[in-house]
Ligand binder design. Structure first.
Ligand code: MN
Length: 200
């Protein structure tokens, strides 16, 4: 069977510092994500899921297989949307900016609404920006929940599990959310938006 492996990231593990430390990345990417992938590979061996893509498993499974597949997919999507603050495209432009303005009024208003949703998600979960026709909407999910499961197409997510920020910010989730905007690679998010719109 094809094993699901830790993806190579387009940046080194200390590239996100000081907003997200090297230590957090060692644990979050190197241990938490690796564990979800290991659990998934063990659970699907010899099952109907063993030759499916990660996305197919997320769409079709329930229970422990879903939890580990979705956490693997969510984390890869999260990490691939980040980059070194000084190297990132700092703001969206073009068709994505137009859709943000149509949906929320302004880029600043979108960040404010998504931050509020992320801070307000009770317990472990995720905040997402998802495509809805020509517009965008903000949704949150609990635990391993993912918009993919509801047939929605996300273009950006923020991990609000405590393991995402506790080493750097302890209980201060709002401070972590406020800092993470500097790490969003808007070139990547624009690319995802383009693919989502073409795919419709
Ligand atoms: Mn996480």
């Amino acid at each position: 069977m094809e094993k699901h492996n830790l993806p190579l990231l387009p940046y080194v593990l200390d590239a996100l510092a000081p907003h997200i430390s090297h230590k957090t990345m060692e644990f979050h990417y190197g241990k938490h994500l690796q564990t979800y992938l290991n659990n998934l590979n063990n659970l699907i061996a010899g099952s109907e899921y063993e030759n499916m893509t990660l996305e197919e498993i997320v769409r079709k499974s329930e229970g422990p297989v879903f939890n580990n597949a979705a956490q693997s997919w969510n984390h890869i999507f999260f990490f691939e949307g980040l980059g070194k603050a000084s190297a990132n495209k700092a703001e969206p432009t073009g068709a994505l900016l137009e859709s943000i303005e149509l949906s929320f009024g302004s880029f600043g208003a979108m960040k404010e609404q998504m931050s509020k949703a992320a801070v307000g998600q009770f317990g472990s979960g995720w905040a997402w920006l998802v495509v809805k026709g020509k517009e965008l909407e903000i949704v949150t999910t609990s635990n391993a929940g993912t918009p993919l499961k509801e047939g929605k197409t996300p273009i950006l997510c923020i991990d609000v599990w405590e393991h995402a920020y506790y080493l750097d910010y302890q209980n201060r989730r709002a401070d972590y959310i406020s800092e993470i905007w500097q790490l969003i690679d808007w070139a990547k998010i624009e690319q995802r938006f383009g693919e989502a719109v073409i795919g419709k």
